[in-house]
Every structure is written in C-alpha cells, then in structure tokens.
Write a protein that binds this ligand. Structure first.
Ligand SMILES: Cc1ncc(COP(=O)(O)O)c(C=O)c1O
Length: 484
C-alpha cells in the first residue's frame, strides 16, 4: 500500500504502471467505502503521483475529478481533504453488492467504462468552462421558434425521420457553411449527427478495419481519441507544434494510417492554427496514401477574433477532407446537433450505419435549428458571441500580464472559449495549479507522450466576467507565490 509522506495511506492500485482510471477508481472506492475517512488530509497531488508512480498531470486530473464529484475538497492554502459528505453517500453493503455486479462485466466493457476522459462535470467554475455562454443566448426567440416547430411538425415527421437529417436543416447548414466558413457544398453532402464524437465514431467504422492506424494530434482532444478507440482503430499520436500536426513525424510513425483527426483552424488544446505548409503536406499524404482527413472545426465560427482560419476543406481538391462541425459552441452543448460534409455517396453509407446505432437525430430540434438559421438569428448570435468571447479573452489576458515576466506565455486575440497558458517548467505549472485552488486542466493531461514544459488550459467561455476576473486574480497570485 503506497504510503504518503503526509501519513495518509493511499489505497493500492494494481499493476506497475497504473492508468488514470485505475487510480481514480481506487481512490473513489476508498472514499465511498470510508477507508479514507471524511476530513482526512490527502497528500498533495505531486506526492500522490510519486507514490503511485504516475505523472503529476494524471494525478491532478484525478484529484480535480474527485473534487468536482464532491468526494474531495480543496481548501486554499491548506490542501486537499476527504469531503465531509463524501462517505455518507453510499451504504457500504449496497456498494459492495454493486461492485460485485460490476465485476462481472466484460474485459472490453471494463476498459471502456474506466475511461473517464470524456466525463464532463456540470458545475462550472474558473477555469473548467469551455462551453458556450448561455446567458447571452436569445432564449425568447429560440422559444418562439421551437414552439412554432412543434406546431408545424407534421404527422409524417412524428414517425421515422431521414437518417441523413431533416432536409431543411441540411439546406440551412450548406448555406451557412458557405457564408461563415467558405465551404462549398450541396445539401446532399451534409449529414446530421448528435455530436462530432458520434460523427467521428461512425466515420471510423466506415473508413477503417479493426486495428487500422489513425493519427491523432498530441496533445489532442480526448473525445476524438475515445471515438477512434471505440471503433477499434489503433490510435497513433502525432506531435503538434506551433505550426500544427507534424506531418513528417506522422509519416515516420505510420504513413499507412487510414485517417487523421485534426483541428487545423484552432488546435485543441494548444490554440495554434495549422500552417499552409503543413496543410499542403497533410493533403498530399492523404491523396498519396488513399487516406482520409477528419477536420474537426469545433469552434470554426470563433477561433481568432481578427479572422477565423480558413478550413482545410476549402483547400482540398481531391475530396480527402471530411469536414465536421458542431453547434455545441455556437449554440449550446445540450442541443446535441453536429454535422459532417462528405461526398454524397458517403452520406448514404453513413446514414445506413447510423440506422444500426440510434437511427436519427430528433427532427423537432433540427427543424427549429433550421428556422433559427434561415431567419438570420444564428449569424446575428455568432457575430455577437465573437465580441463577447473576445472581450472575455481580453479580460483574461490582461489579468495574466504580471505572469509575462515569469516565463508564462499565451495566445492573444482569441475569440474562442479557451486559452492555453504555457510555462517551460512543468514543475512550476503543477505547483501553481495546486496552490490556486481553481479547477484547472493541465496541458500534460491532454498529451499521449511526455514532452517538455506544461501549461494550464483556461476554459472561460461559460464564465461571467466577474468570475473570470476573480479567477485570473487567484491564478496570478498563486503563480507569483510559487515563483517567490
Ligand atoms: C476539439 C473538439 N472537438 C469537438 C468538441 C465537441 O463537439 P461535440 O459536442 O459536437 O461532440 C469539442 C468540445 O469541447 C472539442 O474541444
């Protein structure tokens, strides 16, 4: 049993190189069963990481998750404690029974169920809110449009609906994509999904055989990786620098890959835009190797305040780029509407696969979305939100100014919902995160392979201006205290 240097006994974890899920489950069960009792002082995440032999980033992620679930509590200046309410939640006997049931699931099921990378916490605080600001959303207009959509929903639409999506929304999206993103497509090339993750999963099922290689960005979006793993591809991490995905390195690691998942307009989480040279290299690779590029344009309407970057799709002359967009950032995340632009024949194939999963997306919401776009509310809202996010980013970066003298760097001029704050000393980043008492995500937790330096992903979209101001003050104070 690892012994923390503060004296608290940490529960054992199987294996020499435990994964995040192993550490999380061991700690969670120990708290729920009362092995770690309410009020007990946890070791710092740095010490716990050493005890378990895992990275500090991983340990910090586990702690943050347990804090967000209310099992741990952070007290600024004092450390992390088992929450008072935590152990009273579960009757130990019932919990034991549940554990026994759970242990009879399949090996695959246990592996998938243990992957918590996509489990988003619903309580937003500085800086875990990489979501749309819903306070600025035109609710009254949306309610009116939705009510009209309910009235107009014909009886026929109450039965099975087109798996490719409601025709009106496919038309509205084709029009919107041409206007806002310079993407030329016809409505027959547009297919509606619930999310980019769902689209990625279905595209991977269509384009790969189990075990085929797929490039993902490193650091990168956990949702893409999870969807590719669910489809049983072999994920090949390819490092990202300030020019985007290092295509040369991808070629060295797996030139035979069937697809590459990229965020060229606004790399997640580093925020860089892919250079023209890399774009051309990526397109050439795809054409030469008969591979596909999944372009995840998750915040394409925003990206950079001055000019949102041109999508890779607009450069593609050989139909190798499959474009993925979502309304999660530009509308709101619970809308559950996303879309892909692909060759027409592929729309049919994807629709057929979709019918084997969950058939289609809810027509009512598609109809309302189409009206919202056609009546011009969507573009008005996006234009307004560009300014709102740019203003929030300006408050944040202004607040970060004192850190510039201490080696911290960040991107200026974003109109997106997050900013990456970097520092060449990973240890400093870790200590700042711990000392701040904020809900911070480390850049290292998005990495597949270790790399120099680290960073803090500041996700501010869903936070109000006062919360951003207070959060950045707290963060800067913590960082300066660490540097002292
Ligand atoms: C890179 C990236 N892609 C996609 C998404 C989410 O899209 P969806 O909600 O449609 O799955 C996110 C959300 O944060 C993201 O960061």
């Amino acid at each position: 049993m690892p012994r923390s240097s503060r004296g608290v006994l940490l529960p054992p974890v199987a294996g020499n190189r435990p994964r995040r899920a192993d550490v999380y489950l061991a700690l969670r069960d120990a708290v729920l069963q009362g092995t770690l009792a309410a009020g007990e002082h946890m070791p710092s995440s740095r010490k716990a990481a050493t005890d378990y032999g895992v990275s500090r980033g991983l340990m910090e992620e586990v702690y943050s998750q347990l804090v967000e679930e209310g099992l741990l509590e952070r007290v600024i200046g004092r450390g992390t404690f088992i929450a008072q309410r935590a152990t009273k939640r579960t009757d130990p006997a019932r919990h034991e029974e549940a554990v026994q049931h759970v242990s009879s699931v399949s090996t695959r099921g246990r592996k998938l169920a243990g992957n918590l990378a996509c489990r988003i916490m619903r309580e937003f605080k500085p800086f875990n809110a990489g979501v749309a600001d819903t306070t600025a959303f035109p609710w009254q207009i949306w309610q009116r449009i939705q009510a009209r959509a309910v009235r107009d929903l014909r009886r026929a639409d109450m039965n099975f609906t087109d798996a490719r999506g409601v025709p009106a929304l496919r038309r509205s999206l084709a029009h919107h994509l041409a206007q806002l993103r310079g993407i030329r497509c016809v409505p027959d090339q547009v297919i509606i999904f619930n999310s980019i993750q769902q689209a990625t999963y279905l595209l991977a099922l269509l384009l790969t055989n189990p075990g085929d290689a797929a490039w993902v960005e490193d650091p990168g979006y956990p949702g893409a990786r999870a969807a590719l793993e669910l489809a049983e591809t072999t994920v090949v991490p390819v490092p990202v620098d300030q020019h985007g995905l290092q295509v040369e390195e991808g070629l060295r690691r797996a030139s035979h890959a069937r697809l590459a998942c990229v965020t060229p307009s606004h790399q997640f989480p580093s925020g860089f835009t892919m250079s023209m040279q890399r774009r051309i290299a990526l397109l050439e690779w795809a054409q030469k190797h008969d591979a596909w590029i999944l372009e995840d344009d998750y915040d394409g309407e925003f990206g950079h305040a001055r000019q949102p970057a041109t999508p890779l799709h607009a450069l593609d002359r050989h139909a190798r780029v499959l474009y993925l967009g979502t309304l999660s950032k530009s509308m709101f995340v619970s809308l559950r509407l996303a879309f892909a632009v692909v060759p027409e024949a592929m729309v049919e194939q994807l629709a057929n696969i979709r019918t084997q999963l969950d058939a289609f997306s809810a027509p009512l919401i598609q109809l309302a979305m189409s009206r919202f776009m056609d009546e011009g509310h969507f573009s008005t809202h996006v234009r307004h939100m560009r300014n709102v996010y740019a203003e929030k980013a300006a408050i944040l970066t202004e607040g970060l100014r004192p850190l510039a003298d201490h080696g911290w760097t960040w991107e200026e001029g974003t109109a997106g919902v997050q900013i990456l704050l970097r520092h060449p000393d990973a240890h400093e980043v870790q200590r700042t995160a711990e000392a701040s008492g904020l809900a911070l995500h480390l850049l290292s937790s998005y990495r597949h392979e270790p790399a120099d330096g680290d960073g803090l992903l500041l996700r501010f979209g869903g936070l109000g201006m006062p919360a951003i101001r207070a959060g950045v003050e707290q963060l800067v104070a913590a960082a300066l205290a660490v540097h002292r």
